[in-house]
Design a protein around this ligand. Structure first.
Ligand code: AMP
Ligand code: MG
Length: 494
Protein backbone atom coordinates (compact mmCIF):
# COMPACT_ATOMS: atom_id res chain seq x y z
CA UNK A 1 0.00 0.00 0.00
CA UNK A 2 1.45 3.36 -0.77
CA UNK A 3 0.61 6.60 0.94
CA UNK A 4 2.82 8.77 -1.16
CA UNK A 5 2.42 9.01 -4.90
CA UNK A 6 0.04 11.67 -6.13
CA UNK A 7 -1.68 10.12 -9.11
CA UNK A 8 -2.02 12.08 -12.33
CA UNK A 9 -5.78 11.57 -12.68
CA UNK A 10 -6.29 12.80 -9.15
CA UNK A 11 -4.69 16.09 -9.93
CA UNK A 12 -7.35 16.97 -12.48
CA UNK A 13 -8.49 19.33 -11.20
CA UNK A 14 -5.96 19.49 -8.40
CA UNK A 15 -7.88 20.16 -5.24
CA UNK A 16 -6.55 22.88 -2.99
CA UNK A 17 -6.88 21.53 0.53
CA UNK A 18 -6.98 23.72 3.61
CA UNK A 19 -7.07 22.64 7.21
CA UNK A 20 -8.73 25.22 9.40
CA UNK A 21 -10.19 22.66 11.79
CA UNK A 22 -7.03 20.68 12.37
CA UNK A 23 -5.13 23.97 12.63
CA UNK A 24 -7.00 24.54 15.91
CA UNK A 25 -4.44 22.20 17.40
CA UNK A 26 -3.79 19.00 19.24
CA UNK A 27 -6.53 19.53 21.82
CA UNK A 28 -9.12 19.19 19.05
CA UNK A 29 -7.92 16.50 16.71
CA UNK A 30 -5.01 14.24 15.95
CA UNK A 31 -3.45 12.95 12.75
CA UNK A 32 -5.03 9.62 11.80
CA UNK A 33 -4.31 7.68 8.65
CA UNK A 34 -7.13 5.68 7.12
CA UNK A 35 -6.69 1.92 7.26
CA UNK A 36 -6.48 0.39 3.79
CA UNK A 37 -9.54 -1.43 2.55
CA UNK A 38 -8.98 -4.57 0.51
CA UNK A 39 -9.95 -4.51 -3.18
CA UNK A 40 -12.55 -1.74 -3.08
CA UNK A 41 -15.30 -1.20 -5.63
CA UNK A 42 -17.77 1.59 -6.29
CA UNK A 43 -21.17 1.12 -4.67
CA UNK A 44 -22.78 4.50 -5.25
CA UNK A 45 -21.77 7.90 -6.57
CA UNK A 46 -23.55 11.22 -6.49
CA UNK A 47 -22.81 12.73 -9.87
CA UNK A 48 -25.02 15.62 -8.86
CA UNK A 49 -22.92 16.54 -5.83
CA UNK A 50 -19.75 16.05 -7.87
CA UNK A 51 -21.07 18.48 -10.48
CA UNK A 52 -22.07 21.00 -7.81
CA UNK A 53 -18.54 20.82 -6.46
CA UNK A 54 -17.09 21.26 -9.93
CA UNK A 55 -15.35 17.88 -10.00
CA UNK A 56 -14.55 16.57 -13.45
CA UNK A 57 -16.99 13.77 -14.36
CA UNK A 58 -14.02 11.41 -14.90
CA UNK A 59 -13.60 11.05 -11.15
CA UNK A 60 -16.41 8.52 -11.21
CA UNK A 61 -14.40 6.12 -13.32
CA UNK A 62 -11.06 6.85 -11.77
CA UNK A 63 -9.27 4.09 -9.90
CA UNK A 64 -7.17 6.71 -8.13
CA UNK A 65 -10.28 8.29 -6.60
CA UNK A 66 -11.66 4.85 -5.76
CA UNK A 67 -8.49 4.01 -3.86
CA UNK A 68 -8.22 7.39 -2.15
CA UNK A 69 -11.84 7.48 -1.03
CA UNK A 70 -11.54 3.95 0.31
CA UNK A 71 -8.59 4.94 2.43
CA UNK A 72 -5.93 3.20 0.34
CA UNK A 73 -4.10 6.29 -0.78
CA UNK A 74 -3.79 9.75 0.66
CA UNK A 75 -4.94 12.52 -1.66
CA UNK A 76 -2.16 15.06 -2.13
CA UNK A 77 -2.64 18.00 0.20
CA UNK A 78 -4.94 16.25 2.65
CA UNK A 79 -4.08 15.87 6.34
CA UNK A 80 -6.21 13.03 7.65
CA UNK A 81 -7.29 13.49 11.25
CA UNK A 82 -9.91 12.50 13.77
CA UNK A 83 -11.45 14.79 16.36
CA UNK A 84 -12.50 14.47 19.98
CA UNK A 85 -15.98 15.16 21.27
CA UNK A 86 -18.22 13.96 24.07
CA UNK A 87 -21.97 13.93 24.50
CA UNK A 88 -25.22 12.89 26.08
CA UNK A 89 -26.56 9.61 24.73
CA UNK A 90 -30.18 8.72 25.50
CA UNK A 91 -30.29 11.48 28.07
CA UNK A 92 -27.22 10.32 29.98
CA UNK A 93 -23.75 11.85 30.01
CA UNK A 94 -21.61 9.42 28.00
CA UNK A 95 -18.22 11.08 28.45
CA UNK A 96 -15.65 11.08 25.68
CA UNK A 97 -16.70 9.72 22.29
CA UNK A 98 -15.03 11.29 19.25
CA UNK A 99 -14.57 10.31 15.62
CA UNK A 100 -14.35 6.58 16.15
CA UNK A 101 -14.55 5.73 12.49
CA UNK A 102 -14.72 9.00 10.57
CA UNK A 103 -11.51 10.53 9.27
CA UNK A 104 -11.40 14.16 8.17
CA UNK A 105 -9.30 14.76 5.07
CA UNK A 106 -9.50 18.55 5.24
CA UNK A 107 -11.42 21.19 3.36
CA UNK A 108 -11.69 21.45 -0.41
CA UNK A 109 -14.21 23.07 -2.73
CA UNK A 110 -15.83 24.77 0.25
CA UNK A 111 -16.55 21.56 2.15
CA UNK A 112 -14.92 19.41 4.77
CA UNK A 113 -14.51 15.85 3.54
CA UNK A 114 -14.77 12.85 5.85
CA UNK A 115 -14.25 9.17 5.16
CA UNK A 116 -16.73 7.34 7.41
CA UNK A 117 -15.75 3.74 8.10
CA UNK A 118 -12.08 4.24 7.21
CA UNK A 119 -10.68 2.29 10.15
CA UNK A 120 -9.84 2.76 13.80
CA UNK A 121 -8.82 6.06 15.34
CA UNK A 122 -7.68 7.09 18.80
CA UNK A 123 -11.40 7.49 19.61
CA UNK A 124 -12.64 4.11 18.48
CA UNK A 125 -12.94 2.78 22.04
CA UNK A 126 -14.00 -0.85 21.53
CA UNK A 127 -15.18 -0.32 17.96
CA UNK A 128 -13.46 -1.56 14.82
CA UNK A 129 -13.58 1.77 13.01
CA UNK A 130 -15.58 0.26 10.19
CA UNK A 131 -19.07 0.77 8.80
CA UNK A 132 -21.06 -1.98 7.12
CA UNK A 133 -22.38 -1.83 3.56
CA UNK A 134 -26.03 -1.75 4.68
CA UNK A 135 -25.75 1.34 6.89
CA UNK A 136 -23.40 3.10 4.45
CA UNK A 137 -25.93 2.76 1.64
CA UNK A 138 -28.62 4.17 3.93
CA UNK A 139 -26.45 7.15 4.90
CA UNK A 140 -25.45 7.81 1.29
CA UNK A 141 -29.00 7.70 -0.08
CA UNK A 142 -30.56 9.59 2.78
CA UNK A 143 -28.01 12.42 2.75
CA UNK A 144 -28.73 13.07 -0.90
CA UNK A 145 -32.48 12.52 -0.42
CA UNK A 146 -32.60 15.11 2.36
CA UNK A 147 -30.82 17.60 0.15
CA UNK A 148 -33.35 16.87 -2.60
CA UNK A 149 -36.12 17.60 -0.09
CA UNK A 150 -34.43 20.92 0.77
CA UNK A 151 -33.77 19.71 4.31
CA UNK A 152 -30.43 20.87 5.72
CA UNK A 153 -28.08 17.88 5.79
CA UNK A 154 -24.53 16.71 5.46
CA UNK A 155 -23.97 15.41 1.92
CA UNK A 156 -22.55 12.18 0.54
CA UNK A 157 -20.34 12.01 -2.53
CA UNK A 158 -19.97 8.26 -2.77
CA UNK A 159 -19.82 4.87 -1.12
CA UNK A 160 -17.14 2.34 -1.81
CA UNK A 161 -17.37 -1.25 -0.66
CA UNK A 162 -15.13 -4.23 -0.12
CA UNK A 163 -15.61 -7.91 0.56
CA UNK A 164 -13.59 -7.46 3.75
CA UNK A 165 -15.66 -8.97 6.56
CA UNK A 166 -17.03 -6.86 9.41
CA UNK A 167 -18.63 -8.50 12.43
CA UNK A 168 -21.90 -7.10 13.74
CA UNK A 169 -24.80 -9.36 14.84
CA UNK A 170 -23.87 -11.36 11.75
CA UNK A 171 -20.89 -11.24 9.43
CA UNK A 172 -21.23 -8.37 6.98
CA UNK A 173 -18.93 -6.48 4.63
CA UNK A 174 -17.19 -3.11 4.93
CA UNK A 175 -17.93 0.14 3.17
CA UNK A 176 -16.75 3.74 3.34
CA UNK A 177 -18.95 6.81 2.82
CA UNK A 178 -17.32 10.01 1.67
CA UNK A 179 -19.41 12.66 3.33
CA UNK A 180 -19.18 16.40 3.03
CA UNK A 181 -20.32 19.38 5.08
CA UNK A 182 -19.06 22.88 5.73
CA UNK A 183 -18.22 21.54 9.19
CA UNK A 184 -18.80 18.37 11.19
CA UNK A 185 -18.65 20.16 14.55
CA UNK A 186 -21.29 18.84 16.92
CA UNK A 187 -22.87 20.05 20.17
CA UNK A 188 -20.71 17.35 21.73
CA UNK A 189 -17.50 19.13 20.74
CA UNK A 190 -18.51 22.00 23.03
CA UNK A 191 -19.70 19.69 25.76
CA UNK A 192 -16.32 17.99 25.72
CA UNK A 193 -14.24 21.05 26.54
CA UNK A 194 -16.81 22.43 28.93
CA UNK A 195 -17.00 19.20 30.92
CA UNK A 196 -13.22 19.09 31.14
CA UNK A 197 -13.21 22.74 32.19
CA UNK A 198 -10.86 23.53 29.30
CA UNK A 199 -12.33 26.97 28.86
CA UNK A 200 -9.53 28.25 26.68
CA UNK A 201 -10.23 25.51 24.13
CA UNK A 202 -13.96 26.06 24.52
CA UNK A 203 -13.45 29.69 23.54
CA UNK A 204 -11.16 28.79 20.64
CA UNK A 205 -13.82 26.43 19.29
CA UNK A 206 -16.66 28.93 19.72
CA UNK A 207 -14.63 31.70 18.10
CA UNK A 208 -13.79 29.39 15.20
CA UNK A 209 -17.47 28.57 14.65
CA UNK A 210 -18.55 32.19 14.94
CA UNK A 211 -15.86 33.45 12.60
CA UNK A 212 -16.52 30.84 9.94
CA UNK A 213 -20.24 30.20 10.13
CA UNK A 214 -21.98 32.78 12.27
CA UNK A 215 -20.11 36.00 11.54
CA UNK A 216 -23.11 38.11 12.55
CA UNK A 217 -22.78 36.83 16.11
CA UNK A 218 -19.33 38.38 16.39
CA UNK A 219 -20.74 41.88 16.33
CA UNK A 220 -24.27 41.12 17.42
CA UNK A 221 -25.98 43.88 19.33
CA UNK A 222 -28.52 41.40 20.63
CA UNK A 223 -27.79 39.72 23.89
CA UNK A 224 -25.91 42.70 25.30
CA UNK A 225 -23.05 42.29 22.83
CA UNK A 226 -22.53 38.74 24.04
CA UNK A 227 -21.38 36.84 20.93
CA UNK A 228 -21.65 33.46 22.66
CA UNK A 229 -25.27 34.02 23.65
CA UNK A 230 -25.89 35.20 20.10
CA UNK A 231 -24.28 31.99 18.84
CA UNK A 232 -26.52 29.89 21.06
CA UNK A 233 -29.56 31.79 19.78
CA UNK A 234 -28.50 31.30 16.16
CA UNK A 235 -27.89 27.56 16.61
CA UNK A 236 -31.23 27.32 18.38
CA UNK A 237 -32.93 28.93 15.42
CA UNK A 238 -31.24 26.67 12.87
CA UNK A 239 -31.99 23.55 14.89
CA UNK A 240 -35.64 24.56 15.21
CA UNK A 241 -35.75 25.05 11.46
CA UNK A 242 -34.21 21.61 10.86
CA UNK A 243 -36.64 19.81 13.15
CA UNK A 244 -39.60 21.66 11.62
CA UNK A 245 -38.50 20.20 8.29
CA UNK A 246 -38.32 16.74 9.85
CA UNK A 247 -41.77 16.96 11.41
CA UNK A 248 -43.40 18.18 8.22
CA UNK A 249 -41.77 15.49 6.08
CA UNK A 250 -42.29 12.58 8.46
CA UNK A 251 -38.56 12.10 9.07
CA UNK A 252 -37.57 10.32 12.24
CA UNK A 253 -33.85 10.63 13.06
CA UNK A 254 -33.73 7.85 15.59
CA UNK A 255 -30.61 8.77 17.61
CA UNK A 256 -30.77 12.43 18.55
CA UNK A 257 -27.88 12.22 20.99
CA UNK A 258 -26.02 15.52 21.50
CA UNK A 259 -23.02 14.08 19.67
CA UNK A 260 -25.23 13.69 16.59
CA UNK A 261 -26.40 17.32 16.63
CA UNK A 262 -24.65 19.58 14.14
CA UNK A 263 -23.65 23.07 15.23
CA UNK A 264 -24.80 24.18 11.76
CA UNK A 265 -28.30 22.73 12.12
CA UNK A 266 -27.61 19.99 9.55
CA UNK A 267 -29.18 16.57 9.77
CA UNK A 268 -26.23 14.27 10.41
CA UNK A 269 -25.14 10.77 11.44
CA UNK A 270 -27.73 8.69 9.66
CA UNK A 271 -28.31 5.50 11.59
CA UNK A 272 -31.70 3.98 12.37
CA UNK A 273 -33.61 6.87 10.72
CA UNK A 274 -36.95 6.32 8.99
CA UNK A 275 -39.44 8.23 6.91
CA UNK A 276 -42.90 7.45 8.23
CA UNK A 277 -45.07 5.23 6.11
CA UNK A 278 -48.42 5.33 7.96
CA UNK A 279 -48.65 8.47 10.08
CA UNK A 280 -48.00 7.44 13.67
CA UNK A 281 -46.94 10.33 15.91
CA UNK A 282 -45.42 8.03 18.54
CA UNK A 283 -43.48 5.96 16.03
CA UNK A 284 -40.11 4.69 17.28
CA UNK A 285 -37.81 3.88 14.38
CA UNK A 286 -34.82 2.73 16.41
CA UNK A 287 -35.26 -0.79 17.77
CA UNK A 288 -32.66 -0.06 20.44
CA UNK A 289 -34.74 2.87 21.78
CA UNK A 290 -36.82 0.94 24.29
CA UNK A 291 -38.17 3.99 26.08
CA UNK A 292 -39.17 5.81 22.90
CA UNK A 293 -37.01 8.76 23.84
CA UNK A 294 -36.51 9.54 20.15
CA UNK A 295 -40.04 8.75 18.96
CA UNK A 296 -41.19 10.88 16.03
CA UNK A 297 -43.31 13.30 18.05
CA UNK A 298 -40.61 13.70 20.72
CA UNK A 299 -38.09 15.18 18.29
CA UNK A 300 -38.87 18.88 18.86
CA UNK A 301 -38.69 18.43 22.63
CA UNK A 302 -35.46 16.46 22.35
CA UNK A 303 -33.90 19.12 20.13
CA UNK A 304 -34.74 21.67 22.82
CA UNK A 305 -33.24 19.43 25.50
CA UNK A 306 -30.09 19.02 23.42
CA UNK A 307 -29.88 22.78 22.95
CA UNK A 308 -30.01 23.09 26.74
CA UNK A 309 -26.96 20.84 26.91
CA UNK A 310 -25.24 23.11 24.42
CA UNK A 311 -26.29 26.14 26.46
CA UNK A 312 -24.90 24.54 29.59
CA UNK A 313 -21.66 23.84 27.77
CA UNK A 314 -21.39 27.43 26.55
CA UNK A 315 -22.21 28.94 29.94
CA UNK A 316 -18.57 29.54 30.91
CA UNK A 317 -18.38 31.81 27.84
CA UNK A 318 -21.86 33.31 28.02
CA UNK A 319 -21.43 33.78 31.77
CA UNK A 320 -24.88 35.21 32.30
CA UNK A 321 -27.43 32.45 32.86
CA UNK A 322 -30.37 34.71 31.97
CA UNK A 323 -28.79 35.44 28.59
CA UNK A 324 -28.37 31.73 27.91
CA UNK A 325 -31.98 31.03 28.84
CA UNK A 326 -33.17 33.91 26.66
CA UNK A 327 -31.19 32.49 23.72
CA UNK A 328 -32.72 29.04 24.22
CA UNK A 329 -36.20 30.47 24.62
CA UNK A 330 -36.04 31.33 20.94
CA UNK A 331 -36.90 27.70 20.29
CA UNK A 332 -40.40 28.20 21.71
CA UNK A 333 -41.18 30.76 19.02
CA UNK A 334 -38.98 29.63 16.13
CA UNK A 335 -40.08 26.01 16.10
CA UNK A 336 -43.86 26.56 15.93
CA UNK A 337 -43.36 29.38 13.42
CA UNK A 338 -41.12 27.29 11.19
CA UNK A 339 -43.51 24.35 11.43
CA UNK A 340 -46.53 26.49 10.54
CA UNK A 341 -44.65 27.81 7.51
CA UNK A 342 -43.74 24.31 6.41
CA UNK A 343 -47.35 23.21 6.69
CA UNK A 344 -48.43 26.41 4.96
CA UNK A 345 -46.35 25.32 1.98
CA UNK A 346 -47.76 21.78 2.17
CA UNK A 347 -51.26 23.24 2.07
CA UNK A 348 -50.43 25.32 -1.00
CA UNK A 349 -50.33 28.73 0.66
CA UNK A 350 -48.04 31.41 -0.74
CA UNK A 351 -44.44 31.42 0.54
CA UNK A 352 -44.20 32.91 4.00
CA UNK A 353 -47.83 32.28 4.92
CA UNK A 354 -48.39 30.11 7.97
CA UNK A 355 -50.88 27.26 7.97
CA UNK A 356 -53.99 27.68 10.11
CA UNK A 357 -53.26 25.77 13.32
CA UNK A 358 -56.58 23.98 13.62
CA UNK A 359 -56.53 22.74 10.04
CA UNK A 360 -53.09 21.18 10.56
CA UNK A 361 -53.93 19.70 13.93
CA UNK A 362 -57.15 18.21 12.63
CA UNK A 363 -55.56 16.52 9.61
CA UNK A 364 -52.77 15.12 11.76
CA UNK A 365 -55.41 13.61 14.04
CA UNK A 366 -57.30 12.09 11.12
CA UNK A 367 -54.09 10.74 9.58
CA UNK A 368 -53.13 9.19 12.90
CA UNK A 369 -56.51 7.63 13.66
CA UNK A 370 -56.70 5.90 10.27
CA UNK A 371 -52.93 5.27 10.02
CA UNK A 372 -52.86 6.94 6.61
CA UNK A 373 -49.67 6.95 4.57
CA UNK A 374 -48.15 10.39 5.23
CA UNK A 375 -46.34 10.96 1.94
CA UNK A 376 -49.08 9.55 -0.27
CA UNK A 377 -51.75 11.62 1.47
CA UNK A 378 -49.99 14.94 0.84
CA UNK A 379 -49.09 14.06 -2.72
CA UNK A 380 -52.65 13.01 -3.56
CA UNK A 381 -53.98 16.16 -1.93
CA UNK A 382 -51.62 18.19 -4.13
CA UNK A 383 -53.24 16.71 -7.24
CA UNK A 384 -56.77 16.75 -5.82
CA UNK A 385 -56.71 20.47 -5.12
CA UNK A 386 -56.39 21.35 -8.81
CA UNK A 387 -59.91 20.26 -9.72
CA UNK A 388 -61.59 19.40 -6.41
CA UNK A 389 -63.73 17.07 -8.40
CA UNK A 390 -66.39 15.30 -6.30
CA UNK A 391 -65.81 12.10 -8.26
CA UNK A 392 -62.09 12.13 -7.45
CA UNK A 393 -61.97 9.91 -4.39
CA UNK A 394 -58.19 9.48 -4.36
CA UNK A 395 -57.80 11.34 -1.07
CA UNK A 396 -60.91 10.20 0.77
CA UNK A 397 -60.19 6.56 -0.16
CA UNK A 398 -57.20 6.73 2.15
CA UNK A 399 -59.46 7.18 5.18
CA UNK A 400 -61.93 4.94 6.94
CA UNK A 401 -63.84 7.86 8.38
CA UNK A 402 -65.12 9.34 5.11
CA UNK A 403 -67.37 11.91 6.76
CA UNK A 404 -64.48 13.31 8.76
CA UNK A 405 -62.13 13.64 5.78
CA UNK A 406 -64.90 15.12 3.62
CA UNK A 407 -65.50 17.75 6.27
CA UNK A 408 -61.79 18.50 6.47
CA UNK A 409 -61.44 18.69 2.68
CA UNK A 410 -64.29 21.18 2.57
CA UNK A 411 -62.45 23.39 5.07
CA UNK A 412 -59.16 22.98 3.17
CA UNK A 413 -60.86 23.84 -0.13
CA UNK A 414 -61.83 27.22 1.27
CA UNK A 415 -58.14 28.17 1.33
CA UNK A 416 -58.09 28.10 -2.46
CA UNK A 417 -60.79 29.86 -4.48
CA UNK A 418 -61.45 28.24 -7.89
CA UNK A 419 -59.20 30.64 -9.82
CA UNK A 420 -56.13 29.84 -7.70
CA UNK A 421 -56.50 26.05 -7.51
CA UNK A 422 -54.05 25.40 -10.33
CA UNK A 423 -51.46 27.59 -8.66
CA UNK A 424 -52.09 25.94 -5.29
CA UNK A 425 -51.62 22.52 -6.86
CA UNK A 426 -48.32 23.52 -8.45
CA UNK A 427 -47.09 24.93 -5.15
CA UNK A 428 -48.14 21.79 -3.31
CA UNK A 429 -46.44 19.50 -5.81
CA UNK A 430 -43.28 21.44 -5.06
CA UNK A 431 -43.71 21.06 -1.31
CA UNK A 432 -45.05 17.52 -0.94
CA UNK A 433 -42.57 14.98 -2.30
CA UNK A 434 -43.60 12.02 -4.36
CA UNK A 435 -40.53 10.05 -3.27
CA UNK A 436 -38.99 9.59 0.16
CA UNK A 437 -36.43 6.98 1.20
CA UNK A 438 -38.82 4.56 2.83
CA UNK A 439 -37.22 1.73 4.79
CA UNK A 440 -38.26 -0.88 2.29
CA UNK A 441 -36.71 1.07 -0.60
CA UNK A 442 -33.43 1.26 1.26
CA UNK A 443 -33.76 -2.44 1.94
CA UNK A 444 -34.28 -3.24 -1.77
CA UNK A 445 -31.15 -1.26 -2.62
CA UNK A 446 -29.18 -3.03 0.12
CA UNK A 447 -30.29 -6.54 -0.88
CA UNK A 448 -29.36 -5.92 -4.51
CA UNK A 449 -26.02 -4.39 -3.51
CA UNK A 450 -25.22 -7.40 -1.34
CA UNK A 451 -25.51 -9.40 -4.61
CA UNK A 452 -23.22 -6.81 -6.29
CA UNK A 453 -26.10 -5.22 -8.21
CA UNK A 454 -25.74 -1.49 -7.58
CA UNK A 455 -28.40 -0.41 -10.09
CA UNK A 456 -31.14 0.03 -7.47
CA UNK A 457 -28.94 2.49 -5.60
CA UNK A 458 -28.40 4.48 -8.79
CA UNK A 459 -32.12 4.42 -9.68
CA UNK A 460 -33.22 5.44 -6.19
CA UNK A 461 -30.63 8.19 -6.09
CA UNK A 462 -32.06 9.60 -9.30
CA UNK A 463 -35.59 9.93 -7.95
CA UNK A 464 -34.58 10.95 -4.43
CA UNK A 465 -32.41 13.79 -5.68
CA UNK A 466 -35.46 15.39 -7.32
CA UNK A 467 -38.29 13.91 -5.24
CA UNK A 468 -40.91 16.45 -6.31
CA UNK A 469 -40.68 15.41 -9.97
CA UNK A 470 -42.90 12.67 -11.38
CA UNK A 471 -40.30 10.20 -12.74
CA UNK A 472 -43.17 8.11 -14.10
CA UNK A 473 -40.90 5.16 -14.94
CA UNK A 474 -40.18 4.77 -11.20
CA UNK A 475 -43.80 4.81 -10.03
CA UNK A 476 -43.19 1.68 -7.94
CA UNK A 477 -40.90 3.67 -5.64
CA UNK A 478 -43.81 6.01 -4.87
CA UNK A 479 -46.26 3.31 -3.84
CA UNK A 480 -47.43 2.01 -0.48
CA UNK A 481 -44.89 -0.04 1.43
CA UNK A 482 -45.23 -3.81 0.98
CA UNK A 483 -46.35 -5.93 3.94
CA UNK A 484 -42.82 -7.01 4.72
CA UNK A 485 -41.76 -3.37 5.31
CA UNK A 486 -43.15 -3.36 8.83
CA UNK A 487 -40.88 -6.31 9.69
CA UNK A 488 -37.65 -4.42 8.94
CA UNK A 489 -35.82 -3.89 12.23
CA UNK A 490 -33.30 -1.06 12.24
CA UNK A 491 -31.12 -0.76 15.30
CA UNK A 492 -28.10 1.35 16.23
CA UNK A 493 -25.82 -1.38 14.91
CA UNK A 494 -24.05 -0.06 11.87
P1 AMP B 1 -23.15 6.74 16.43
O1 AMP B 1 -24.14 5.96 17.23
O2 AMP B 1 -22.89 6.16 15.06
O3 AMP B 1 -23.45 8.19 16.38
O4 AMP B 1 -21.76 6.58 17.17
C1 AMP B 1 -21.56 6.94 18.52
C2 AMP B 1 -20.08 6.90 18.81
O5 AMP B 1 -19.57 5.58 18.60
C3 AMP B 1 -19.23 7.81 17.96
O6 AMP B 1 -18.17 8.28 18.76
C4 AMP B 1 -18.73 6.89 16.88
O7 AMP B 1 -17.53 7.32 16.30
C5 AMP B 1 -18.53 5.61 17.65
N1 AMP B 1 -18.63 4.41 16.80
C6 AMP B 1 -19.75 3.89 16.25
N2 AMP B 1 -19.47 2.79 15.54
C7 AMP B 1 -18.12 2.60 15.64
C8 AMP B 1 -17.22 1.62 15.14
N3 AMP B 1 -17.61 0.60 14.39
N4 AMP B 1 -15.92 1.76 15.46
C9 AMP B 1 -15.49 2.78 16.21
N5 AMP B 1 -16.29 3.72 16.74
C10 AMP B 1 -17.59 3.64 16.45
MG1 MG C 1 -22.69 9.77 15.83
Amino acid sequence: MNFTSPNATLASPALAWTHRFSALGAHFSMPTLPTPLATPYWVGQSAKLAAELGLEPEWMASDAWLQALSGNDVLPGTKPSSSVYSGHQFGVWAGQLGDGRAILLGEALGQEWQLKGAGPTAFSRRGDGRAVLRSSIREFLCSEAMHGLHIPSTRALCVTGSDAPVRRETLETAAVVTRLAPSFIRFGHFEHFSFKQQHEQLKTLADHVIERFYPDCGDSTDFANNPYAALLAAVTERSAEMVAHWQSTGFCHGVMNTDNMSILGLTMDYGPFQFLDAYAPGHICNHSDNQGRYAFDQQPQVAYWNLYCLGQALLPLIQDQDEAVAALDGFQTHFPQALALRFGAKLGLPAGQAAPDALVQDIRNLLAVDAVDFTIFWRRLSHWVAAQDATDSSVRDLFLDRAAIDAWLARFAQLHPPESRGLASRRMLGANPKYVLRNHLGELAIRAAQQKDFSVIADLLKVLQSPFDEHSQYEAYAGFPPDWASGIAISCSS
